[in-house]
Design a protein around this ligand. Sequence first.
Ligand code: HEC
Length: 194
Amino acid sequence: MKVMTLRAAMCSAALALAAPAMASDADVEALKAEAAGLMKEFGDTLRGELVAAMQAGGPVNAISVCNEEAPVIAASISDASGWDVGRSSHRLRNPLNAPDAFTAAAIDDFVAREAAGEAVDSLVSAGIVEEDGERVFHMVKAIPTGEPCVACHGGDNVKEEVVAALAEMYPEDTARGFSPGQMRGVFTLSKVLD
Ligand code: HEC
């Protein structure tokens, strides 16, 4: 933890001295590696809780994991790491997960590359952009639809009681009709550098 903080501090000091919108390849690689670790932690925790809740009480019970636990898990990882961690999609269930500009551009690119036959789990985009006078590092990674996901994001295989619960909570839901392997959405990570 101490080492990470020190490295983060050294990174931002080094970046502040560097040319305005540039960071060295080594800095960007270090940020990417840190972001990839946090994404894995977020994904693994979420998936673990989801599968456990589905086994314990079926998909209607597990909706609360996605609805309530996902933001809690994201917030706790964000607080502990100083990164902003979340999820988004080209077909949103919750409009509050709408993408920022960097993420929206990455999602468009991923949708085109998926259509062109690229493997979903290889789609990653990272970069530094200026937002409101601050330089912000962003990383976005595609999430493939897995077998457990179709219980709530699939097509006709979604149970009636799940359809009803989702319709009540998410009247604008567009996150249905996915098959395993298709891109369901993305993990988003960002960090203000200075
Ligand atoms: C038990 C039902 C359920 C299952 C199973 C499920 N989800 Fe979801 N998913 C939801 C709900 C509910 C939301 C809305 C969460 C919110 O309000 O932020 C959601 C939101 C999302 C989002 C955020 C973007 C958006 O559309 O709002 C992503 C990405 C996502 N799910 C991916 C997955 C993946 C990948 C799996 C399989 C590993 C999965 N989900 C399994 C119910 C489910």
